[in-house]
Design a protein around this ligand. Structure first.
Ligand code: M6R
Length: 611
């Protein structure tokens, strides 16, 4: 979703802001803009991609060493030049960029209209700009204090950066519900909605919490609560470096991230899965293991791909640890007033650690007084900081909007949690634990083998690229994989795709099947295999074209399916880690062949920070 970068220091801000905005492109956006202080405030903004903004800046360059940049993902008003940020007020003397949604902007706007203010855009952000202007005029306060005063009357979510010609040697930033952090350099400071725009300059960061604001200068910063009290902040050091957030020779981030899954999973298990000792160590859960192992129920909350990983987690935790698990869409969780009682544990899963609905589930859990745990990739993200404890994925930054390595790393971590709990609760024998740890440790190497099917998958993609609909079917642990395969295809190739439990096909989707409908079966030889083969027969009988993912050496499906993709045999419980990989590659190649923007699919954002 929207991206923010800010800079104050000795460097020319223009190029730095544009390159920062390019790094934020992965979040999804539809217009971009900058404001730079240069004796007066110079604003350049443009609908479309950062390239178009860069071209505008080339035609009308701006000098200056203080500025801010924004990529906007439209919420209020269409993606147009006028609605793009920054928005200005006080006759262009100050500018603001904003991520999030001002919920009471209509009533504020009404009051401002009555006072004679006029608005150029349809955005809630311009309303905020004029509101700050109005507060300053009414109170005579300094610019930072006027921002503070205005924000105390604002409802909703925001991450903002504001720059006023009253004092062009400071940036005023504030956060409530939309991530924002400061980058701390020598004689220079940065602001970002994440660290990617400034990571090449500094790895020292200060995370702002909700309800905090900061005045940032070249030589320092002051953080305070929006309601006034000063706050002293810790400086953290980031683990990720620039190389990790660049494409490294791959055409797209998505392909890079699919291909780096073996290493990502090795990292997700490093020092944790001790196959030789038959033990698992999850440092992040050490202090809560007792509470977790005696939980009456685990409620998993997540969105999108992370929700699919949660469904796999449900199978794994119930199968191994015999603790009842429920999986909830985080976006629905709080709205149905969930019953959370003593003995419940809420476990949220989020790659970005910033998904607004998932964060709300954490807060709901804490309000109910139950333990809130996180399985998160982005170190230092809001969810990572607000949960009571948790496990990092250590999968490295995921930039492609379509989540790939995060999914397999999430399942890997959930498998570890399930086995750890099973061991503690005595619901798994030592021998079975050892076998499963061995199987888990072997997965990265097996994924390397699956990745070798890439050419075969490209050939299948060539046929599939013309489809208008596709069905993905699986049972048991392969049902969430079917859901994930369908989500991957639709989000990046715009082919309509549905995932279903294979046996449910007869209850509706079978009506869609004809020779133009590719049906992807995840059909590994587990307990439900025979039944899945019958479902394949039913599709073939209706001339559906079957693509089957199955175990290496299984020849049963050769006659039935048009294409059979083989994956190495692993323990049944870990099959999703292998069967999902061909589906990621398939959607990637179909999308590329259809000329789609794989890394930044239309309308989608990497980090969904609005509810
Ligand atoms: O960062 P999160 O894991 O919380 O994100 C959740 C979803 O927004 C995300 O998985 C989304 O569905 C992806 N685009 C799927 O590829």
């Amino acid at each position: 979703m929207c991206g923010i970068v800010g800079y104050i220091g000795p460097r020319q801000a223009g190029d730095l802001l544009v390159s920062g905005l390019r790094r934020l492109e992965y979040r999804g956006y539809d217009s971009a803009g900058v404001a730079i202080a240069n004796g007066e405030l110079e604003v350049r903004k443009k609908e479309g991609k950062v390239d178009e903004l860069a071209a505008l800046l080339e035609n009308r360059p701006v000098e200056g060493t203080v500025g801010m940049g924004h990529t906007r993902w439209a919420t209020h008003g269409a993606p147009t030049d006028t609605n793009a940020h920054p928005h200005t007020a006080t006759h262009g003397r100050f500018a603001i960029i904003h991520n999030g949604i001002i919920e009471n902007y209509v009533s504020i706007k009404r009051r401002l209209l009555e006072k004679g203010y006029t608005f150029d855009s349809e955005t809630d952000t311009e309303v905020l700009a004029h509101f700050i202007e109005d507060v300053q005029e009414e109170t005579g306060l300094s610019f930072p204090e006027s921002v503070r005063q205005a924000l105390t009357q604002v409802e909703g979510a925001y991450g903002i950066v504001a720059l006023s010609m009253d004092n062009p040697d400071e940036l005023v930033v504030a956060r409530n519900g939309s991530p924002l952090l400061l980058g701390v350099g020598e004689g220079e400071h940065f602001v970002g909605s994440d660290a990617s725009p400034f990571i090449e300059f500094t790895r020292h960061v200060v995370y702002l919490n909700d309800g905090e604001m900061a005045v940032v200068r070249r030589d320092g910063y002051d953080v305070s609560e929006i309601n006034g009290a000063p706050v002293s902040k810790e400086v953290h050091e980031l683990e990720w470096d620039l190389e990790e957030i660049e494409k490294g020779g791959f055409e797209h981030f998505m392909l890079k991230e699919i291909m780096e899954q073996p290493e990502a999973l090795e990292n997700a298990m490093r020092g944790r899965v001790r196959a030789d000792e038959g033990t698992i160590k999850l440092g992040g859960l050490e202090y809560v293991t007792k509470e977790l192992e005696s939980a009456d129920r685990i409620v998993i909350c997540a969105c999108g791909t992370s929700w699919h990983a949660g469904l796999v987690g449900e199978y794994l935790i119930e199968r191994f640890a015999r603790i009842p698990v429920e999986v909830e869409y985080a976006s629905e969780f709080r709205y149905r007033d969930p019953v959370l009682t003593e003995g419940d544990v809420v476990l949220v899963i989020s790659q970005s650690g910033e998904t607004a609905d998932t964060l709300a589930a954490v807060r709901q859990a804490k309000q109910a007084g139950v333990l809130a745990l996180g399985v998160v990739n982005a170190v230092g993200s809001t969810i990572a900081r607000e949960t009571d404890a948790g496990v990092y994925l250590h999968a490295g930054p995921e930039i492609g909007v379509a989540s790939t390595k995060a999914f397999t790393a999430q399942v890997t971590v959930l498998a570890q949690i399930a086995l750890l709990l099973a061991q503690k609760r005595g619901t798994i024998s030592d021998e079975s634990l050892r076998q499963h740890l061995d199987a888990l440790a072997a997965i990265p190497e097996q994924i390397r083998t699956v990745l070798e099917t890439d050419e075969q998958i490209q050939a299948i993609a060539r046929e599939m690229r013309l489809a208008q609909n596709a069905l993905y079917l699986g049972r048991g642990l392969n049902f969430p994989v079917a859901l994930e395969g369908a989500l991957k295809l639709k989000e990046i190739s715009y082919i309509h795709a549905e995932g279903y439990p294979a046996a449910e096909m007869k209850h509706g989707p079978i009506a869609l099947i004809d020779r133009f409908m590719p049906v992807v079966f995840v059909a590994t030889r587990d307990a439900t295999y025979e039944k899945v083969v019958s479902n394949i027969e039913e599709v073939v009988a209706r001339q559906g074209s079957v693509i089957a993912i199955t175990d290496a050496g299984n020849r049963d499906l050769d006659e039935l399916a048009e294409h059979v993709i083989e994956v190495p045999k692993t323990a049944d419980a870990f099959e999703p880690l292998l069967t999902v990989v061909p589906l990621q590659l398939l959607s990637y190649h179909v999308a590329v062949m259809r000329g789609c923007n794989v890394d930044q699919p239309r309308n989608l954002a990497k980090s969904v920070t609005v509810e």
